[in-house]
Design a protein around this ligand. Structure first.
Ligand code: ZN
Length: 228
């Protein structure tokens, strides 16, 4: 059964990768069908099978041999693995719906941040309203409006003065404050910064100086969500 959850997760991950890649470029997620951005060749069914398609083609386009981003494979593996965690750790149906929605949200905007170092705000807003809705109506959790307003005023001001946070990072922090409150938000920030510091030598070695912080915030959010 866990294998089935993993496979479903990888399919969702593959779709979210498409959303994260196309939406900020103002492209439709339906048409044209999946193709190589380099040679424009349409992909066959086997190329679209999550993980397997990437592995069989050794991380390259089957037609023009252009190297594909390893983020594509990573997104599918993470989606599959965390889907298993969602099914394993969720004790009620509403908790399962919320955790899977949170996974889709975090994965989509982490990928967007990795691809473009920015997020598509209208899509973020739709996801944020949906998540707040299911948190309130399905999980009967209180929305922490005061924490969200406090976080927004502090971090938007700090971000505009220092340019140390991207707007997408602050948007996510405000949503975390709304859903989980100030105390949990503080824990998420500390853990995300710690994870970022731990991986900094690797990023420095690969000459990656512009760090996408949403993936770290998402990792911290998920670790603390399941820890709780
Ligand atoms: Zn190609």
């Amino acid at each position: 059964m866990l294998m089935l959850y993993f496979l479903v997760g990888t399919i969702i991950g593959s779709f979210l990768t498409l959303v994260a890649w196309r939406v900020p470029r103002h492209e439709s997620i339906i048409a044209p069908r999946s193709h190589c951005d380099n040679c424009q060749h349409y992909l066959d069914t086997i190329d679209l099978i999550p993980i397997l398609g990437f592995s069989l083609n050794k991380g390259r386009c089957r037609y023009c041999k252009e190297k594909l981003s390893p983020v594509l494979l990573l997104g599918e593996i993470v989606a599959g693995s965390l889907s298993v965690s969602c099914f394993y750790f969720s004790s009620t149906k509403s908790q399962l719906i919320f955790s899977l929605s949170l996974l889709a949200f975090c994965l989509c905007f982490s990928l967007m941040d990795l691809f473009y170092h920015a997020i598509h705000f209208p899509t973020f807003l739709i996801f944020a309203i949906y998540l707040s809705g299911i948190s309130f109506f399905c999980s009967h959790s209180t929305l922490n409006w005061k924490s969200a307003l406090f976080t927004a005023s502090i971090f938007y001001l700090f971000s505009s003065l220092t340019h140390s946070f991207g707007c997408g990072d602050v948007d996510l922090l405000v949503l975390c404050a709304l859903l989980f409150g100030s105390w949990r938000l503080g824990q998420i920030i500390v853990l995300a910064c710690s994870l970022c510091l731990l991986t900094y030598p690797i990023l420095y070695y690969h000459k990656i100086h512009q760090i996408a912080f949403i993936p770290y915030l998402s990792m911290a959010l998920f670790i603390l969500y399941f820890w709780h």
